[in-house]
Design a protein around this ligand. Sequence first.
Ligand code: ADP
Ligand code: TYD
Length: 217
Amino acid sequence: MTKRGRFITLEGGEGVGKSTNMAFVVASLEAQGIEVVSTREPGGTPRAEAIRALLLDPSPQEPLHTDAELLLMFAARAQHLAEKIVPALKRGVWVVCDRFTDATFAYQGGGRGVAVERIAQLEAFVQQGLAPDLTLLLDMPLTAAQARLESRLSSQKEQRDRFEQEQGGFFQAVRNAYLARASAEPNRFALINAHQALADVQADIDRVVASRVAQWR
Ligand SMILES: Nc1ncnc2c1ncn2[C@@H]1O[C@H](COP(=O)(O)OP(=O)(O)O)[C@@H](O)[C@H]1O
Ligand SMILES: Cc1cn([C@H]2C[C@H](O)[C@@H](COP(=O)(O)OP(=O)(O)O)O2)c(=O)[nH]c1=O
């Protein structure tokens, strides 16, 4: 694939501020005259969003097998890549995505205990070498992120999804797996301290994105 646009992903645990800062990243790129597609995983296209609904459904009637969860994540990703991400990048449009395959390594790998090699095989099969150019990892202590999530859930009267119903040990393993990936690939990842006032988080994000944009242009 001849890729002309840039691919930026936002990652981190629940409640660290990914959705809030996605909007900020997209607005700041657009202000520089860059055409951007903003999207999310699992989901991003109608069929991939249907797979998302299966993945997040907390219905207690039938547990979702770990292998089925892993394959559904990659099924949604294959659809999303084919229908939205790859066509945009080929046109020269930049893609900003709320979570991508690092989330699979963190949640299915760290959280569920799936072997890294198995995830890496599916990554190679589905992505054919495509990877983000920059990944902003928003990181903060679990207790503080949980408090933010609680207030969002209660103010918007949302029900907890299947992942949000997991216990503390799961989220600690997710966080550790993300941090391990960031230290293994320091050029792609930017580690952002999300446990600051929003203005300070955004100043840090702005610095990272501005320096990458200058490097790429
Ligand atoms: N830096 C911050 N300081 C305080 N609250 C924040 C900050 N960033 C986000 N929030 C709030 O925390 C909650 C979770 O943020 P959200 O962007 O939905 O996180 P995520 O998408 O990572 O789950 C929201 O209510 C949001 O307004
Ligand atoms: C993309 C992806 C998401 N997930 C999980 C993480 C989230 O709990 C859930 C839905 O993602 P998301 O809506 O981004 O979560 P939130 O905004 O609550 O932080 O899907 C995986 O387990 N593996 C993956 O590959």
